[in-house]
Design a protein around this ligand. Structure first.
Ligand code: AMP
Length: 126
């Protein structure tokens, strides 16, 4: 853990390797701030991941430590990707898992975009 309580960034995580081009991805969008690609194990007819270009472990790290331009650019990319995927009319869900309770598996901040069918309740009740 660093002094902030966040784990240090692991440059060998799978999304870092995708950003460096060491592992292929099915890319749907790339700009100066973000890369978007199809999830390898889709949970819905459309399931795309958007990741920032910078090295941020999680949502907490990104929102505390990224610059204003990086945050704005990233979230604009999320909106553009959802629109370009044709999801605005039918709707979609964006989600980011953070840390152990959030079930985050890959330690590079990412947002899931889910769509293509009725998604039901936000989360099952306990
Ligand atoms: P999370 O639990 O939010 O960390 O989700 C990580 C997501 O990354 C999962 O939905 C995985 O299916 C997805 N994933 C893992 N490896 C890859 C990969 N090489 N390409 C695309 N998606 C991946």
């Amino acid at each position: 853990m660093s002094v902030s309580g966040l784990p240090p960034y692991d440059p060998q995580n799978i999304f870092a390797r995708i950003l460096r081009g060491e592992i292929p991805c099915k890319r749907v969008h790339e700009d100066e701030f973000a890369l978007a690609f199809h999830d390898i194990n889709p949970l819905t007819p459309t399931h795309v991941l958007v990741i920032p270009k910078g090295e941020y472990v999680s949502a907490a790290d990104f929102h505390a430590n990224a610059g204003d331009a990086a945050i704005a650019g990233f979230w604009r990319a999320v909106g553009k990707v959802a629109k370009d995927l044709g999801l605005e009319g039918s709707g979609y869900r964006i989600l980011s898992n953070m840390g152990p309770d959030g079930g985050q598996e890959v330690p590079h901040f990412h947002v899931h975009i889910f769509g293509g069918r009725r998604l039901g309740r936000m989360m099952p009740r306990e």
